[in-house]
Design a protein around this ligand. Structure first.
Ligand code: S3P
Length: 443
């Protein structure tokens, strides 16, 4: 995908207040699932508000390679004609996943119960990420994998048909692993159960129900959440609206909290309780974030968020909240760098295996622009500047990680000299309009 990237390296200068109203793009997690599930339903599914980022395009191309028809109509909606559960065709070429861990892990699950082979490739960041977490349960279901050392991409997978239903207790809190097993279950005869000791984002469960799949949610004897699917399933097409991505909204929320004089409304932000942890923590730090017009969009809670400049205070972040803000720690670290007092985070080992090692990458980047950061094995401890602008500098290394790039852009707004990042191209992974919206909000 790098050939399609359009942003040059970039310097983010200090800016005046963020004001007015902006609308962030569709939720990335929900957009991937919408395309995958629509590709399994016979008939036409219409999707409104789909994120048009590179990661989602990787999913769309893969589904097209396996027989789905996916088109954008003149109104901007996406129309998908699916092939039916079990009806995907063997891809003739490798599935190129770019930077997208969600595409890779969910598709491995989906294809694990199809009787054909598929190979997965990715960029340098994705090729460094661990895949053992999906290989383990999917192998139990009968799929076979040939992977590079350390269970990394490129990977050749041979699906099993029929696959074997399993009961699987998640060893890591991961919505991608949960979803991989549940997607394999769709074409597996019998009952497949996932046990989730720590709840993670539940978009898969919610959206499968919208496509007519019966998803049985319960609790085991220890109080862990259980999710069961009895396959093979039929899926019926539907009409879907994708809410705005809270992970994208978080960059603007932190920017508005940090830049004096800001008063910004971010419209249509998804506030699923498995995703809204960042807003809870920012409020606990003293951030003024008001919910306007709470409503439901596409089976998900949504509101407009009014965010005003606030003096933030450091906090100790309870590791139990981490799964509901797992992608928002880089930008939280920026907020912490400007808060008054110390912010302590822990229990964040998973951040080391995201698009980059987000603890190491953020510690290095923030330190380079003048923040006081102590990197621990499982978190960062940050002494904030009590609102004083960071010195700035750079270029800092973003390591092919869109969320590092956008977090350091926010740091640039709250700096004296601006912050340069080495590569702004990865922003297109999840938020192609980021620079335009930033210009709009600071105009
Ligand atoms: C995602 C789950 C999370 C998250 C990722 C998207 C999903 O990953 O970090 O950006 O859509 O299911 P993990 O399952 O690895 O926590």
């Amino acid at each position: 995908m790098s050939a399609h990237r359009s942003f040059p390296p970039h310097r983010f200068l200090p800016q005046g207040p963020l004001t007015g109203r902006i609308r962030v793009p569709g939720d990335k997690s929900i957009s991937h699932r919408a395309l995958m599930f629509a590709s399994l339903a016979i008939g036409e599914t219409v999707i409104d508000g789909l994120l048009e980022g590179e990661d989602v395009h990787a999913t769309a191309r893969a589904m097209q390679q396996m027989g789905a028809r996916i088109e954008k109509d003149e109104t901007g909606r996406w129309r998908v004609h699916g092939v039916g559960v079990g009806g995907l065709l063997e891809p003739e070429a490798p599935l190129e996943m770019g930077n997208s861990g969600t595409s890779t892990r969910l598709l491995m699950g989906l294809l694990a119960s199809h009787g054909f082979a598929a190979s997965f490739t990715g960029d340098a960041s994705l090729s460094a990420r661990p895949m053992a977490r999906v290989i383990a349960p999917l192998s139990q279901m009968g799929a076979r994998f040939t992977a590079r050392a350390g269970d990394r991409l490129p990977i050749l997978m041979e699906g099993a048909h029929p696959a074997v239903p399993i009961e699987y207790r998640l060893p890591v809190a991961s919505a991608q692993v949960k979803s991989a097993v549940l997607l394999a279950a769709l074409n597996t005869p019998g009952t497949t159960t996932v046990i989730e000791p720590v709840p993670t984002r539940d978009h898969t469960e919610r959206m499968l129900s919208a496509f007519g799949v019966e998803v049985a949610i319960g609790e085991d004897a220890d109080g862990a959440r259980t999710i069961a699917i009895h396959g093979p399933c039929d899926m019926s097409p539907c009409t879907l609206t994708v809410p705005g991505d809270p992970s994208s909204a978080a960059f603007f929320a932190v920017a508005a909290l940090l830049v004096p004089g800001s008063d910004l409304v971010i419209e249509n932000v998804g506030l699923n309780p498995t995703r809204d942890g960042i807003f809870r923590v920012l409020r606990a730090m003293g951030g003024s974030i008001e919910e306007l017009d709470r409503r439901e969009v596409g089976g998900e809670p949504v509101a407009d968020l009014r965010v005003r400049h606030s003096a933030l205070k450091g906090v100790e972040v309870d590791p139990a909240i981490a799964p509901s803000m797992i992608d928002e720690f880089p930008v939280l670290f920026v907020a912490a760098a400007l808060a008054e007092g110390r912010t302590v985070t822990s229990g964040l080992d998973e951040l080391r295996v995201k698009e980059s090692d987000r603890l190491a990458t953020m510690a290095a980047a923030l330190t380079a622009v003048g923040a006081q950061v102590d990197e621990r094995a499982d978190g960062l401890v940050i002494e904030g500047s009590a609102g004083a602008a960071l010195v700035g500098g750079g270029p800092v290394a973003t390591r092919l990680d869109h969320r590092i790039a956008m977090s350091m852009a926010v740091a640039g707004l709250a700096s004296a000299e601006g912050v340069a990042i080495d590569d702004a191209a990865p922003i297109a992974t999840s938020f192609p309009d980021f620079l335009d919206l930033l210009a709009e909000a600071t105009r």
